[in-house]
Design a protein around this ligand. Sequence first.
Ligand code: ADP
Length: 695
Amino acid sequence: MNSSDYFLSNEQLIDVLSLTKTATAIHVTEDAIIQLANEAMLRVWDKDSSVIGKTLEDALPELKGQPFIDMFKRVWNEGLTISGTDTPADLMIDGTLTTVYFDFEYRAIKDAAGKTICILHTATDITERFLGQQAIELAAEREEALFREQALNEELASANEELASANEELSAINDELQQTQENLYSLNVELEERVFDRTLKLVTSQEALENLNSELKRSETWLDQILSQLPAPVVVLEGPDQVITTTNEALLSFWDKTRDEVLGKPMLEVFPELRSQPFPAQWKHVLNTGEIIVNREKPVIFNKANGTKRLYYVDYHYQPLKDTAGKLVSVLATVIDVTDKVLSRQQVEQAENKLRMAIEASQLGTWYFDVNKGEYVFSARLKEIFGFYAHEEMTNELATKQITDEYRDEVIRTVNEAIINNTNYELEYAITGFHDKQLRWVKATGKLYAESGNNPANFSGIVMDITDQKLEEQRKDDFISIASHELKTPTTALKASLQLLDRMKDKPSPIFPRLIEQANRSIDKITILIDELLNSTRTTEGQLHLTRSVFNVANMLNECCNHVRVAGKHELIFKGDPELEVYADEHRIDQVIVNLVNNAVKYAPDSREIYLIVEKAANNMAKISVKDSGPGIPADKIEHLFDRYYRADYAGSQYSGLGLGLYISSEIVKRHGGEIGVDSELGHGSTFWFTLPVA
Ligand code: ADP
């Protein structure tokens, strides 16, 4: 058999090709008309056999824009074989444009003449493999990326650490660098300064050297100018002779001298009056020791041109001056006249002293309100007036408590009003002493000084004890009523006698003599009262003139008080020295004795014996006493007995009297330079006594 006998026909070949698993197609012409496409290729394309005979573009219109149609053209025209692996193609599968991956080959099949007769197109769908491969690669890539990232991270971390430590090192190095730079800079500055200083010093010392000479020349005149224009008075005293070498206008005008009168002369030659004053010794001391002497407000006396002396007060400062070799050569004295200041201060001090003395002498209590402490400050005397001890504390509250109920509210109100209205107040009120419980009358004044300049507001005042004055007033009031009463009794009696006489004047009656006698007695009483009043006022006004003579006291006593002896109710008994003579106004002393004896009769009616005693007392005095054995006088009354208008028994009902007898007696005795007093004990009588100078 011929081998050609076994060859398959073209159709058979095509059928076989159709059965291969490899997608196969045969295209002709440059438009790749599909002459054959096996089942596998149709599946790839997702087409049916209707594509046979169509150009590739018609069969698969989705290939438009993709490279394949052009590839076929080239394979046909150029007789090439083009192949590709993992090549994507977008094909319409199930109506959706899907990317499919192929390994493909377009092979030009040529005839013997080398002309392309068809293109054998084989393709294997490797989409699944490709995608799987891609997934694997992606995973591997991811893993690698992850790994790389991790490695990178680690590297980064360690790099970071390294960076940090490098940074630290860098900053340390930087610090060091900066420090070094600073050091360098300050060294530089120092260096520059030193260089500058040196240069400056050099320049300055050169200049100074140049200037020194000229300045030296000028300095003397400079010093002179400065000193002469200085407002403080100065003088330079040179050497042990204290020669005035320099001074200025200020001191010359204080000295009242011209420059020529003093310059170049020893100080004590110009002012010899200073020789006896302490200054020359002090200048010597400064010159010898180099010590400075400073004194304030020292008196200095200068002789004036008109021959008088004048006292000044000066502040001075003596200072040693040395020459260039350091030797003490002169004294620079600065002298400031402070006379006006000292005198005005002395005046203020004197005024204050006077005021203080006046306050002390007048026994005034003073107080002020301390604004800083916010409390009242009371003087010792004021505390005494309020019945406190001078050293103990007395608050304003305690003081207010001592004011009697009758006045307290009024005092508080008035003081408060004065503070509010910035006015003065003047009050009279009664207080009960804190310790002694004594009733005292005071007159209080106060004033609020408003704040002015540097002086803060100030509230102060004085309190005066006016108890005596008040009691005197009271006694005077009582006296007037007593005096009227006393005068009324004899006047009424006189009037009655005269009326009777008048009625009976036409018919003389045997009682006429009695009426006349009664009228005379009344007149006598009135005369005595008027005498007492007159004596009292005369005494008070200092019109009590004495006519002194030497007389024997015993004789005088024997002759006086005959009215008592005649009345016969009392016996006057003389005792003592019958020879004693005194130098006194006999008439006035007689008046004193009559007063004392009358009192004994009046206040000791039951004391039959009244002793008149004369004796010699100390200090060349004679003591004359009138002693009764009557009721005596209470101790607390005794000190007031000799006061004007004082009557121990104020009721005045038992005994009449003006309370003037003892007062007048005491004034008469005191005028003689004697003393008067009483020794008395209740129930044991009283002895009134007085002394007179022995002749
Ligand atoms: P007068 O007798 O007018 O009252 P005096 O000055 O003579 O005034 O006396 C003052 C007071 O002294 C009298 O009121 C009386 O209380 C008291 N007095 C004076 N002498 C005696 C006496 N001998 N005994 C007791 N009391 C006396």
